[in-house]
Structure formats: structure tokens, C-alpha cells
Write a new protein. Structure first.
Length: 127
């Protein structure tokens, strides 16, 4: 299998999405299924950026079909895309990376990730 760190970004990505792709691919060796998740996340990053740009200068409240005031439908779509992005990135489950090889606590990345996994395990299944 080829090293994923040399995988070029998919064509047509938003600049923010290209930056995410390059940063993740350069820092991690990804499996094919993880590359698909990363591509999905990158496309969602582009969609979120486009929705945010559409909202610039747009009213937050619009008229509904019966003339009532309602939130701009772009707000709802933006919220949904952000949730989808967060879930996709969580599925990637990438460990923390630090140039010095240490986590925020000064311990190695592996130790920090092991502690995080233990905490998730405790709270996910309750005690």
C-alpha cells in the first residue's frame, strides 16, 4: 500500500479544506477508509465555508411562506453541516500531535491518548 502522506488533495477543494487535507496527511499515515473520512470532512469544511460566506450580509430572519418571521434557512443548514463535520472528524479519531512528541501535559503523545481513551471509556459506559 502506498504511503498516504504523499496522497494529493482531491480536486476542487475549498482552500480551507486543502489546508486541512495537507496538515492531516502530512502528520498521519492513514488507511484507505480514513482517507475517505478525511475527504468527506474536507468537502464538509468547504461547504461550511461557502454557507458562512453566503450568510455575510444576509438577514438572520426572513419571511416564511405565511409571511411570518423565521430564521434564515442557511443558519439551520450551517448548523447541520457543522455537526456532520464534527462527527466525521471524531470518526477519524486522530491522536494529538506535537512537534516535540509530547502532549500538553509534557507526557508523550501515546500516554496522553491512552489517558483520553481511559476517560472516554469510563464516562461512555458509566460507573
Amino acid at each position: 500500500m502506498a504511503d498516504s502522506r504523499s496522497a494529493p488533495p482531491p480536486k476542487g477543494l475549498h482552500p480551507r479544506a486543502r489546508r486541512l487535507w495537507k496538515e492531516v496527511v502530512s502528520a498521519y499515515k492513514l488507511r484507505p477508509d480514513e482517507l475517505i473520512l478525511l475527504e468527506t470532512a474536507c468537502k464538509t469544511v468547504g461547504l461550511v465555508a461557502d454557507l458562512e460566506a453566503t450568510l455575510v450580509g444576509a438577514p438572520l430572519v426572513t419571511k416564511g411562506s405565511m409571511g411570518q418571521q423565521r430564521e434564515n434557512p442557511i443558519l439551520s443548514e450551517l448548523r447541520q453541516q457543522r455537526v456532520a463535520l464534527n462527527r466525521t472528524l471524531a470518526q477519524l479519531d486522530l491522536p494529538d500531535v506535537d512537534p516535540a512528541g509530547e502532549g500538553r501535559s509534557g507526557k508523550g503523545v501515546a500516554a496522553v491518548n491512552q489517558q483520553r481513551a481511559a476517560a472516554h471509556s469510563r464516562w461512555r459506559y458509566g460507573r
